[in-house]
Design a protein around this ligand. Structure first.
Ligand SMILES: [Zn+2]
Length: 269
């Protein structure tokens, strides 16, 4: 409840101008073969569109995302939310549950549609609602043959990464099915340009509701289990950097450099 009041408060002074209707620009990605996370590593060049971003500018970007949600139904022109970046409180506070009665509403359905669109546009393999400025417990995830083909086979094999269809989970509850874990590099659209090693459970079970409000259960292993843990963490206000092996943190450009002495090895434990 508190988060909603604060959320509403934050939204009030946001001016809605024509600029707010600007469509999202493509998120930069690079060819480096990494265990990237939200972003599916499309092998394209990096457009220099994010130069000169200041704190202020990026704040207004997340403000636009929220404004888009607030406008919701009354706005005819399409507003593409942008991803919120680390530092915005919405990414560091727990999200609230969606009530079953709310799920069918046009507003929640639009939030879900927006999330899927933003994830695919990135392109990414998972997204949590706080990443478009919405403090609600909703996640979407999807991995495709095409995305997987961008990564070296040895890497996707080690990660146990396999394609799966789009999943929308409202109010997900995650539990690990075994104590087996694995360490791999992760990235996040909200911490763009960096990676770090994170230890995750290898097998998890997630229960929740689908976008029609029907109960669903997902048994996941390998990379899909990692995506689910990463996205569910977002709903608790936790970013991967809160859980990373600290001395593995690095820029994308330094991704292929060896791990520092003393760091744990990548792979299944
Ligand atoms: Zn993330």
């Amino acid at each position: 409840m508190e988060s909603i009041q604060r959320f509403t408060h934050r939204l009030l002074p946001i001016p809605i101008t024509g600029k707010c209707l600007k469509p999202i620009k493509p998120t930069p990605s690079r060819t480096n073969p990494v265990a990237y996370f939200h972003q599916a590593r499309k092998p394209i060049f990096k457009p220099a569109f994010d130069f000169g971003l200041t704190t202020r500018t990026s704040h207004s970007s997340s403000a636009r995302a929220r404004a888009g949600w607030l406008l919701g139904l009354g706005e005819k022109k399409k507003i593409q939310p942008e991803t919120v970046k680390a530092g915005d409180p919405v990414l560091h506070e727990p999200a609230r549950e969606v009530s079953p009665e709310e799920i069918g509403s046009e507003r929640i359905q639009k939030v879900i549609d927006d999330m899927v669109e933003v994830m695919r546009k990135a392109p990414g393999v998972g997204l949590a609602a706080p990443q478009i400025g919405i403090p609600l417990k909703i996640i979407v995830l999807e991995d495709t043959k095409e995305y997987i083909s961008y990564a070296p086979k040895e890497e996707t094999k080690a990660q146990d990464r396999r394609p799966f269809d789009l999943l929308v989970i409202v109010n997900p509850k995650l539990k690990n099915k075994s104590n087996k874990t694995a360490l791999f590099f992760e990235g996040c659209l909200s911490v763009d340009g960096f990676r770090a090693v994170v230890e995750r459970y290898l097998e998890v079970e997630v229960t929740g509701l689908d976008r029609k409000g029907q109960p669903i259960k997902v048994d996941a292993s390998g990379w899909q289990a990692r995506i689910l843990q990463h996205e569910c963490d977002h709903l608790e206000g936790t970013l991967y950097v809160d859980k990373m092996v600290p001395r593995t943190f690095r820029t994308v450009d330094n991704l292929d450099l060896p791990l520092a002495i003393g760091c744990p090895k990548l792979g299944v434990r």
